[in-house]
Design a protein around this ligand. Sequence first.
Ligand SMILES: [Fe+2]
Length: 237
Amino acid sequence: MLRRDFLKVISILGFSLIFKIKEVKAEKGGKTMAFVEYKPINFKEVRPQLWQMDGISQKTMDEHIKLYEGYVAKYNECMKLLENLSDEEYNKANATYSLIRSIKVDITRAIGGIKNHELYFGHLGGKGGKPEGKLLEQIERDFGSYDRFLKELKATAMAARGWAWVAYDYNFKRLFIAIGDEQNTFPIWNATPILGIDVFEHAYFIDYGTARAKYLEAFFNSVDWKVVEKSFESLKL
Ligand SMILES: [Fe+2]
């Protein structure tokens, strides 16, 4: 490892070796970066029930986790590129093509791929049923009834090319069902997603072919509403 790279690792790890950080600062023309490599969640360890579901196979889960880990790798790669971007590249910033544009656009797909999948895997592996408590109250207030909510959510998932989300919107003070055609399309500001349904074909093609509605049935039979209720309650509205 080059001495320069070694010092960079030290600065990334956040050790307070001031004199060495000073050297890194000098090398980067006075700029320091705070990027810390993101590590994928080990879902096999923290959520083994994902591999014990009735309607979504272990093979689908194994393949799906590989895709998630790919998004993590690309996020780290993009951040490293940004960290090391030369002044020449900064000066070449251009809206038709430039390296900084490419990184800034594509990193949003990686970040979406991480956050969407962590949400999705985090509330799968349950027994389905129906939400209770404050979440059910909010659903009934915002959608009239749980059945009405479910109808809209299932139809949104059928109409999406990538994702259907249930998010709490802080401006409108209500739950909103949102659609995503990609990991990074149609997000709405100032809203927190509490439920996500992956409807990319990789989420169901091994088990159901093109029959997405059957996969959605399996999803709702495997969703852990307790996790979704907890996410909603953690918003402290
Ligand atoms: Fe996915």
